[in-house]
Design a protein around this ligand. Structure first.
Ligand code: BG6
Length: 480
């Protein structure tokens, strides 16, 4: 079941060059590519094999920084070939026949605009390049709403079985996201506390310092809710909130995730005014430099698209009844920081004088550093009285595993490796993607119906004031 070839359609594009080829190169460096594995680049550009390999080498050198190794590159480049494929010209798909000759299992990675998925998969079928045991990897966004997501899924389903469709959410390839599963299910410590009895609320933040920059035309059509919440943020929520799966096999894990998505209380009607906050950045300062506002970005113009969104979400099941989950994501925030904060409840009764006991907090940090920290109350070393202070138990994963993994992996390395091994655990199943759209569509519907427009926030700040009110209303505050 190990694949023998991968075809990257859209091979000269940004994602392929910045992420996919460097990731495949690193798999090569670690000896993780099967011996006879071929890598075929395909795109509209008319390039020779050599010119294409030159382009890939430049990208790998750039991304690989200090880790480029000439011997590894030589091995890797022997696997590479290139052919012209154009979604609008079905005959060009025959060009794939020669480089794939004799390859038993082939993965097609559609690193293109999702608007081309239907045409490409139909052409692969018609040209008999896609065989019954072929697989396909597709990137987000899978649609712009439930309906378009279903259309894409139907189109892919004409060529590929659901068991052969690998929907990527690159957050699932991040090391700490993986570690969240280990933390919850490989330690007996947390599970008994992981519920409404001990947990007061949960915060999930994915903050970026970058603006939309050159991606305005794509981004403006999507906005933060569709671009980040529908996929990455809800996936993180699922991993925090799901029930223990019976095993790590793909359907056990994905069954539990989909149950969470289906238990999300819909934010409908006027609730959008209370439970959602939209923001759009104005000019400001990011990482010490003046930056333009969203509307002044290159290619920008008048727009009501949000570059920031915060939500209060409830999960209607026994484990989480009454526990708010606050989600927020935005561009042009003060720091690049992605983290999950599990805020435990206060001690039921304090025997200490003063009222400054701070409840325990578990922080799982994905970015910029991968670390887990648990805040505990401690006594300070004073002789007199009992003075308390919160102290963090820190586990820096980068430091702990420096020997074993000196280099920080690209999330795509793991995902490509799993796809080559034909393991779908880290990929999004059709019903998950569709359940996430159902939740998101209701919010967008409410925004339209009640004219909820994004409020301005200065670039370099934590979003509009409404985001603070969202948590403060319940007596909570964001942990930055
Ligand atoms: C992508 C979004 O899926 O994720 C981008 O389209 C966003 O808008 C990116 O910048 C963030 O990924 P990461 O891995 O840099 O946190």
């Amino acid at each position: 079941m190990i694949a023998q070839a991968i075809v990257i359609v859209g091979a000269t594009g940004d994602l392929a060059q910045r992420m996919l080829f460097p990731s495949l190169y690193f798999l090569e460096a670690e000896g993780l590519l099967p011996e006879d594995f071929r890598i075929v680049g395909a795109s509209r550009a008319d390039l020779s094999n050599e010119a294409f390999a030159g382009e890939v080498e430049r990208s790998v050198r750039q991304r690989g920084e200090g880790y480029f190794d000439a011997a590894v590159w030589t091995r890797f480049s022997r696997r590479l070939s290139y052919c012209v494929v154009d979604a609008d010209r079905p005959a060009t798909f025959q060009n794939l026949a020669a480089p794939l000759k004799g390859a038993r299992e082939v993965i097609f990675y559609l690193s293109t605009s999702p608007s081309l998925y239907a045409a490409i998969s139909a052409n692969l079928r018609a040209a008999e390049i896609a065989k019954p045991d072929s697989r396909v990897i597709v990137e987000k966004p899978i649609g712009r709403d439930l309906e378009s997501c279903q259309q894409i899924n139907d189109a892919l389903g004409h060529t590929f079985d659901e068991k052969a469709i690998f929907r990527i959410d690159h957050y699932l390839g991040k090391e700490t996201v993986q570690n969240l599963i280990a933390l919850r299910f490989a330690n007996a410590l947390f599970e008994p506390l992981w519920n409404k009895v001990s947990i007061d609320h949960v915060q999930i933040t994915v903050a970026e310092t970058v603006g939309v920059e050159g991606r305005w035309s794509y981004y403006d059509d999507y906005g933060a809710l569709r671009d980040m919440v529908q996929n990455h943020v809800l996936q993180l929520l699922c991993l925090v909130a799901m029930e223990p799966p019976a095993s790590l096999d793909p359907d056990s894990v994905r069954n539990e995730k989909v149950k969470v998505l289906r238990s999300l209380r819909p934010i409908e009607g006027r609730d959008v005014e209370k439970k959602t906050v939209r923001g759009q950045y104005r000019a400001g300062v990011a990482e010490g430099a003046s930056v333009p506002g969203y509307l002044d970005e290159a290619g920008g113009g008048p727009s009501d698209t949000e570059s920031f969104v915060a939500l209060q979400v409830n999960i209607d099941n026994w484990r989480w009844a009454g526990v708010p989950f606050y989600l927020r994501t935005g561009k042009r925030m003060p720091s690049r920081s992605s983290q999950i904060v599990i805020q435990f409840r206060d001690v039921p009764h304090s025997i200490f004088s003063g009222d400054d006991l701070i409840a325990n907090r578990l922080i799982i940090r994905l970015q910029p550093e991968e670390e887990i920290s648990l805040t505990l109350m401690n006594k300070t070393p004073t002789i007199e009285g009992m003075e308390l202070r919160p102290v963090a138990l820190n586990l820096s994963l980068t430091d702990a595993f420096r020997q074993q993994a000196p280099r920080r992996r690209i999330a795509y390395e793991r995902l490509l490796y799993e796809a080559i091994k034909n393991n779908q655990t880290l990929f999004v199943r059709r019903d998950e993607a569709e359940a996430a759209w159902t939740f998101v569509d209701a919010i967008i519907d409410g925004w339209e119906r009640y004219s909820v427009k994004p409020a301005g926030y200065a670039a370099g700040s934590w979003g509009p004031s409404g985001a603070f009110a969202l948590t403060e209303r319940n007596g909570h505050s964001w942990y930055d």
